[in-house]
Ligand binder design. Structure first.
Ligand SMILES: *Cc1c(COP(=O)(O)O)cnc(C)c1O
Length: 363
């Protein structure tokens, strides 16, 4: 079976985790501090704050940006649900904007007409590991004084014009979930150059606590453990290597699949790097099988393909209830019906990639 994802866990991770277990210091401690310093250095931001998940990071980031009742936050309908649930939980409204068909990322040309007097923030999502068009997004954000909260959960290590994800907006959110490019099982990170955002997110992850049993507003328990941080510290040392293995696999798939008619290969937009959290193709009407038939055929032949995501977010009831209906975002809807992600993770062997190429070419 060729899996769609596989965490790279080597001696370093196991030794680091064992050391923490032996130390008895399992909760947030020195390893979390070490990870935060390393992450800030890696992303090129002044601060990094570790949290229990990428979802917690997005929630904390929006809280820090002051998002609340009656506010509007612009984002994409073509993402994981965790991008928008925190908006809704804070009492704000996600205002969805359709995507660019080439990159699957939010289409900056459509953002302006979605801005109202209530708009406070934009959450661009660096989907599949490719950064959004940040020059365009930044100029719109500046014009309307909007906070840019970057959902870089899938794109750790990717760059836009030489800057790393996490540093491309006002606050960056990164996930360390088990299937992401680097991981700690569960985990998340906020990156920012803003001292206020850093301070607020630090309090928010710890019940709003300032000093022992003194609270400055609400907060939750969104802390990362030292056990997770120890694993993530080792993973972060390997991120550039692991990403380059994904990029190498992507090149091989490009080469092998380019002659297959009816599928569209991933497009790399200019001025940025793609770290291929997913290698996502489109299966069009010209391919002999439908997308879902292809997924089933691949599975029968031992290749686990993934569908990210089978429905755009406005198809889910709690989102539709905010005033959306099918047909509202046609580019996202088409993508959800055509997208198929092939295995691309660093542990794939050359023979696995050849087998994937041969299998698809023979359909
Ligand atoms: C994984 C992911 C999240 C959430 O991260 P978790 O660590 O799983 O909570 C948010 N947004 C996107 C785009 C993701 O891929």
């Amino acid at each position: 079976m060729i899996e769609i994802s596989a965490p790279v866990i080597e001696t370093e991770e196991i030794q680091a985790a064992t050391k923490v277990l032996r130390s008895g210091q399992l909760t947030q401690g020195p390893k979390v501090m070490e990870l935060e310093a390393a992450f800030a250095r890696f992303c090129g931001t002044k601060y990094a704050v570790a949290l229990s998940s990428g979802t917690a990071a997005i929630h904390a980031a929006l809280f820090a940006a002051g998002i609340g009742e009656g506010d509007e936050v612009i984002t994409t309908p073509y993402t994981f649900i965790a991008t928008i649930n925190p908006i809704i939980m804070l009492g704000a409204k996600p205002v969805l904007v359709d995507i660019d068909p080439d990159t699957f990322n939010i289409n900056p040309k459509l953002i302006k007409s979605a801005i109202t007097s209530k708009t406070k923030a934009i959450i661009p999502v660096d989907l599949y590991g490719q950064p959004c068009d940040y020059d365009a997004i930044d100029s719109i954000a500046k014009e309307s004084s909007l906070v840019v909260v970057e959902d870089a959960c899938q794109a750790v290590g990717a760059e836009y014009k030489g800057s790393k994800t996490g540093a491309l907006g006002d606050i960056g959110c990164i996930s360390l979930y088990a299937t992401k490019n680097i991981m700690s099982g569960e985990g998340g990170m906020i990156t920012t150059n803003d001292k206020q955002y850093e301070a607020i997110t630090r309090r928010f992850r710890q019940h709003g606590m300032t000093t022992q049993y003194e609270y400055d507003g609400v907060g939750l328990n969104y802390r990362m453990t030292d056990l997770q941080a120890a694993i993530a510290v080792e993973q972060l040392k390997k991120v550039t290597l692991l990403n380059s293995l994904r990029q190498k696999n992507a090149k091989s798939l490009d080469e092998g699949l380019k002659q297959v008619s009816g599928i569209v290969l991933p497009i790399r937009a200019k001025d940025r790097s793609h770290v291929f959290h997913q290698y996502t193709i489109r299966v069009t009407d010209k391919f002999p099988l439908s997308r879902d038939e292809l997924v089933a055929e691949l599975k029968a032949k031992g290749i686990m393909a993934g569908i990210y995501y089978p429905k755009p977010l406005h198809f889910y009831k709690h989102v539709a209830d905010l005033g959306y209906k099918p047909g509202d975002f046609p580019v996202s809807e088409l993508a959800a019906s055509q997208a198929l992600s092939l295995p691309i993770h660093p542990s794939l062997k050359t023979t696995d990639i050849d087998y994937i190429i041969r299998t698809i070419s023979a359909m």
